[in-house]
Ligand binder design. Structure first.
Ligand code: ACO
Length: 381
């Protein structure tokens, strides 16, 4: 009998040089560089380049990459028309998945992807995803989409396309740091689903739309949207113990906690917590940060022995809330960042491809006779 690992826990699905995690020590590195250093010193576009090309760019390379990203922020009017036809009350992750799949029809990639084709697919996807998200966010509220601005950085431009206002440097730098921290995370569920699609030699647009569909679920990227709902529902820090114990007694998951790989606090959550603390210092909603800290303390007291700690999704929603971003956009913002990691894995897979085709353990019946419909009893035989 074959070994079976539910959820493929602990089963390596690929050899990769993109990122490294040590779940016992809380270490995460992109291409060998600790994320704390990248979060402090890098920008999202530079980090995306590092993930894609395995080295930090020199000034000329970075300028060219950023110029190309700027030029490709715009969407064809047919794509805006397509987004306009989507239901206003649909989830932005579904709109993003549909629009990204459609993007591939405007820029068909040849079956055997060349380095050149891959470069332009990466530039288009990284550049256009924020524009798609901002356009749907505005259209569903009855507002016209806002055109990208060439003088703004990747992150400043996204915030501008959402609100029509230029945000201060502190806010855009905080969001840019969040994007760096969300850019890549080894063989997680969405990366794996993208990789399976890439292994069929499907094009990068289809690969990314597969990954977006997987990121949406609340056990994965969708958890950040649930966290802010929980923090609002709790109301005050003194209600935390009752709220959490009721949830745990009901065998419900507390969103933003637990991780398949990390057995200590997710290093991204530590960094994000510092950003949240700074942002909430002068905020009239500082009680939300206090509730979050108390949730973390109570969770540690109640389930810390199971090695369950805060994950990346716990503090990110709190940060986006303070930036005025709509909760349904929290997971799409995650996708704005993660597209760079997904693409790096997609191109790594193309280079040394073997079709993913696992097996299964069959547990059903065998050799059953076909029964004609007139001879069947009430329950299917
Ligand atoms: N709240 C309460 N209990 C939890 C939580 C949680 N968030 N996470 C795990 N547990 C408990 C389980 O009930 C189980 O307890 P038991 O052994 O007494 O039955 C034990 O911890 C192990 O749980 P598993 O489900 O086996 O752990 P797994 O590795 O499969 O799950 C997962 C990881 C899905 C992330 C899980 O921790 C979870 O559901 N978390 C909440 C959702 C979330 O925050 N997702 C975002 C993850 S980060 C990301 O994807 C970007």
């Amino acid at each position: 009998m074959s070994d079976f690992f539910p959820g493929l826990a602990g089963v390596p699905a690929a050899r990769s040089k993109i990122s490294y995690i040590n779940g016992q020590q809380g270490i995460l590195e992109y291409r060998g560089i600790p994320i704390e250093q990248l979060a402090k010193h890098s920008t999202f576009s530079e980090t995306a380049y590092l993930l894609l090309y395995d080295r930090l760019p020199n000034q000329k390379e970075l300028d060219l990459f950023e110029t190309n990203l700027r030029h490709h922020r715009y969407l064809r009017h047919q794509l805006i028309d397509l987004i306009k036809c989507l239901p206003n009350d649909g989830h932005p992750m579904d709109a993003l998945q549909a629009a990204v799949a459609a993007l591939g029809m405007f820029y068909p990639a040849p079956p055997a992807q060349s380095e050149e084709e891959n470069y332009w697919a990466a530039v288009r996807l990284i550049a256009k995803i924020p524009t798609i998200i901002a356009a749907f966010a505005r259209l569903r509220r009855g507002n016209d989409p806002i055109q990208p601005q060439d003088d703004l950085t990747h992150t400043e431009n996204f915030l501008y396309m959402c609100s029509g206002k230029r945000q201060n440097t502190e806010t855009s730098r905080a969001l840019d740091t969040c994007l760096i921290l969300h850019a890549e995370h080894t063989m997680n569920a969405s990366t794996f689903s993208g990789l399976v699609t890439a292994s069929t030699l499907s094009d990068p647009y289809t690969v990314i739309s597969s990954a977006i569909g997987t990121l949406k679920g609340k056990l994965h990227g969708g958890a950040n949207e649930q966290v802010i709902g929980m923090l609002h529902a709790i109301e005050t820090a003194s209600d935390v113990t009752t709220y959490i114990s009721e949830k745990l007694e009901a065998k419900e998951r507390v969103m933003g906690f637990g991780h398949r790989i990390y057995k200590v606090k997710d290093p991204r959550a530590t960094f994000l917590q510092n950003i949240a603390q700074d942002l909430y210092k002068r905020s009239p909603e500082s009680h939300l940060y206090e509730i979050a800290i108390e949730v973390e303390r109570v969770m540690d007291e109640m389930v810390g022995h199971k090695a369950i700690s805060a994950n990346v999704d716990f503090y990110s929603g709190l940060i986006y809330h303070q930036m005025g971003i709509d909760p349904e956009l929290y997971t799409p913002v995650f996708a704005i960042a993660r597209v760079s990691g997904w693409l790096a894995h997609c191109f790594e897979q193309y280079k040394d491809n073997r079709l993913f085709r696992p097996t299964q353990i069959y547990e059903g019946q065998r050799n059953r006779p076909y029964v004609k419909i007139r001879d069947r009893t009430t329950r299917a035989s």
